[in-house]
Design a binder for this molecule. Structure first.
Ligand code: C2E
Ligand code: CA
Ligand code: CA
Length: 500
């Protein structure tokens, strides 16, 4: 074909082909460069995407504030980690939430609350660096601790060690936090369970720890409870009691019984402590420790206390005028600014003189808000009502409270009275408390006196008043009236012996 081309076309054709080749080469290079750029873009995009994905993954599985793994992590990732990290050696689960977190938010604002949560996460990480720590909700946390020394637990399935772990955790959280220059204290309740004792899947072990936590929370601040199979039954019983309590309060089914308060020197009854009693056909007598707490949690405490106080004041009107009425005030009620007014109203209605009423406030109640308690105590004492510091020695700031607040009486808790005869330390504590009270110009009542030997020791130690099964348990009004004419049990026993 080429031979048919005219002269000069050959060379032109050659240069065109060269150009074409160069062109093709250029296009090829450009294409390659373009492709390479595309490839780099794609790589970059993939990198960005996987970074974004891992970021999204991190966000999905972590709590943004504390940077701890969250509930979704617990459900989807933790089972495998627990299995591979802690494996067959076993692990313990501690489920806990903070006591008084709402109050923290009120005191230092929500951003202060956030700071506290971040500090808590740091403190926990330092405390157990190898454990898996999770934040499940606003103030709900979970620890999965394998059996390693740095988890402070050589055997997290050993009940003794997990109990110790719970105690350490509670005291760790009780140490104050510095939030915006304010010292903030929180407590914690803990629920404990362990693998494989309480379940073969992490999900079940965690469920049991959370159940145990719900029981601990009902027991009050800084409590911990280990899972037991009966917990399910207990919870069902509590739910039943919760349901019945509302009706019981409305129908006045809960009544005050009276336990004699005795002057130790003479054995005479000087007063009665009103103790709430509730009988149900299904469960018999329900412990006031239990139903008072339920009443507090369900907002029934105010109605219940008003009913009990009204009844007790009416009953006290039938006692000789020198016999006083001691009445327990729930910690929660101290937060009611109208408490004083409510009490005065009941005294007015029933005609009982304020001088015959003694209000008992436990140490734990005062820790919640000392300023509020101080104002309330001042209001009550100002109108002639006496105020006793109950369960002395069981809280953790008794002396601070004694110096900040004014009481008329200290009630020495029964833990110091039981075993008093054998335990020299206890008798030293009682002696010192009596000296302290004498120094402050106030009296003492020893609780839980069950034996004559304890009575003798307490008299010797200088304690003024006492109460306990030795003198009598809490009894209904008719029996209290009978006691007033015959004297308390130990007195009758003594007089019987004397007459024999
Ligand atoms: P508390 O104020 O420390 O009451 C004394 C408790 O010790 C009573 O238990 C009483 O029965 C018991 N006790 C008395 N003497 C002895 C003894 O010799 N040995 C032993 N082992 N125990 C003795 P109770 O009645 O079960 O009350 C428990 C707690 O429930 C009370 O502790 C008080 O904090 C609370 N409570 C009871 N009634 C009321 C109430 O009407 N209102 C409020 N807010 N709390 C109440
Ligand atoms: Ca009391
Ligand atoms: Ca007490």
């Amino acid at each position: 074909m080429l031979t048919l081309l005219p002269e000069g076309w050959h060379s032109r054709l050659h240069s065109s082909i060269d150009g074409l080749i160069v062109g093709v080469l250029l296009v090829g290079c450009a294409g390659y460069a373009f492709g390479f750029r595309k490839f780099l873009d794609l790589r970059r995009e993939q990198g960005r995407r996987s970074l974004a994905e891992s970021k999204a993954d991190w966000i999905a599985y972590h709590d943004f504030l504390t940077r701890l793994p969250n509930r979704r992590f617990l459900e989807e990732k933790a089972p495998e980690i627990a299995e591979s990290t802690f494996g067959k050696a076993g692990y313990g689960v501690l489920s806990f939430d903070l006591d008084g977190f709402k109050k923290v938010n009120e005191t230092v604002g929500p951003d202060g609350g956030d700071m506290l949560l971040i500090d808590i996460a740091k403190r926990l990480t330092d405390f157990m660096p190898e454990a898996l720590l999770l934040r499940l909700g606003s103030d709900e946390f979970l620890i999965i601790a394998g059996c390693t020394a740095s988890n402070r637990c050589q055997d997290c399935t050993d009940p003794e060690q997990t109990r110790k772990l719970a105690e350490d955790l509670i005291s760790l959280l009780n140490r104050p936090f510095d939030i915006k220059g304010t010292q903030i204290s929180v407590g914690a309740c803990v629920g404990l369970s362990s693998y494989p004792e309480h379940g073969l899947r992490l999900k079940d072990v965690v469920k049991q720890a959370i159940l145990a936590l719900s029981v601990a929370k009902r027991q009050g601040r800084n409590s911990y409870v280990e899972f037991r199979p009966e917990i399910n039954e207990d919870l069902a019983r509590r739910t039943r009691i919760e349901r019945q309590l509302r009706t019981a309060v409305a129908n006045d089914d809960i009544a005050p019984y009276y336990q004699p308060l005795v002057e130790l020197k003479t054995g005479a009854i000087v007063g009665f402590e009103a103790l709430a009693r509730w009988y149900t056909p299904e469960d018999g007598f329900i412990s006031p420790d239990l139903f008072i707490r339920i009443a507090e949690n369900t907002g029934l405490i105010s109605d219940l206390s008003e009913h009990l106080l009204r009844q007790a004041c009416k009953d006290a009107m039938a006692w000789p005028t020198q016999v006083h009425l001691a009445f327990n005030i729930s910690p929660l009620m101290l937060e009611d600014r109208y408490l004083g007014l409510k009490i005065f109203k009941i005294l007015g209605e029933t005609g009982l003189s304020p001088h015959r009423l003694e209000i008992e406030i436990t140490e734990s109640a005062l820790v919640r808000d000392t300023d509020l308690a101080a104002a309330m105590i001042q209001e009550l004492r100002g109108s002639g009502i006496r105020v006793a510091l109950d369960d002395f020695g069981t809280g953790y700031s008794s002396l601070a409270q004694l110096s900040a607040l004014t009481f008329d009486k200290i009630k020495i808790d029964r833990i110091f009275v039981s075993g008093l005869e054998q335990d020299e330390k206890k008798s030293k504590i009682v002696r010192t408390t009596v000296a302290l009270a004498t120094g402050l110009g106030i009296t003492t009542t020893a609780e839980g006196i069950e034996q004559e030997s304890q009575l003798d020791d307490l008299k010797q130690l200088g304690c003024s008043f006492g109460q306990g099964y030795l003198f009598g348990k809490a009894v209904p009004q008719e029996q209290a009236l009978a006691l007033l004419s015959t004297g308390p049990a130990s007195d009758t026993e003594q007089s019987r012996q004397m007459s024999a």
